[in-house]
Ligand binder design. Sequence first.
Ligand code: S3P
Length: 176
Amino acid sequence: RIGRRIDRPVVLVGMMGVGKTTVGRKLASLLDVPFVDADEEIERAAQMPIPEIFATYGEPYFRSGERRVIARLLDGATPTRRKILATGGGAFVDPDTRRLILDKAVSVWLDSDIDTLVERVGRKDNRPLLRGGNPREILSRLREDRRAAYEQAAIHITSGNLPHGVTANRILKAID
Ligand code: S3P
């Protein structure tokens, strides 16, 4: 059985646009374990889309909701410990959320070059932190500001613009 050594959740962290959700889904299907997307769970809990949470309540409120949701998803009481969790790009940057993930999961930092991130975020207009600015400038700045946090992840994977399936297989090799 592949992934037999994984007895903790695998949490994908890294910049928006890097492909955490798509890669996470593929990884989960390779391992035949459940996949959960933290952003989707936050939207379900708040009953509103993320841009609306930011606009109505602000980023600090979003971050504390995000921390609560991730804590619940990583809670040892959940029936299966083997699962893949994709997080929003800022989750692992919040010190408390990061501590939680480091304590309870195998963290995987997915990184990519700026050109690839810019191209990929361009496909959807659902990221409040990119609204009203130049995506390349914002992404470059955020990536530098967040690097020291992301570097604390247990496993580092650079995906460049490789297909997500290839990246999922690379993660599999790294965690197995
Ligand atoms: C954010 C990334 C988003 C979402 C929110 C904030 C960030 O998730 O959580 O817009 O701070 O980088 P993705 O990384 O899935 O785009």
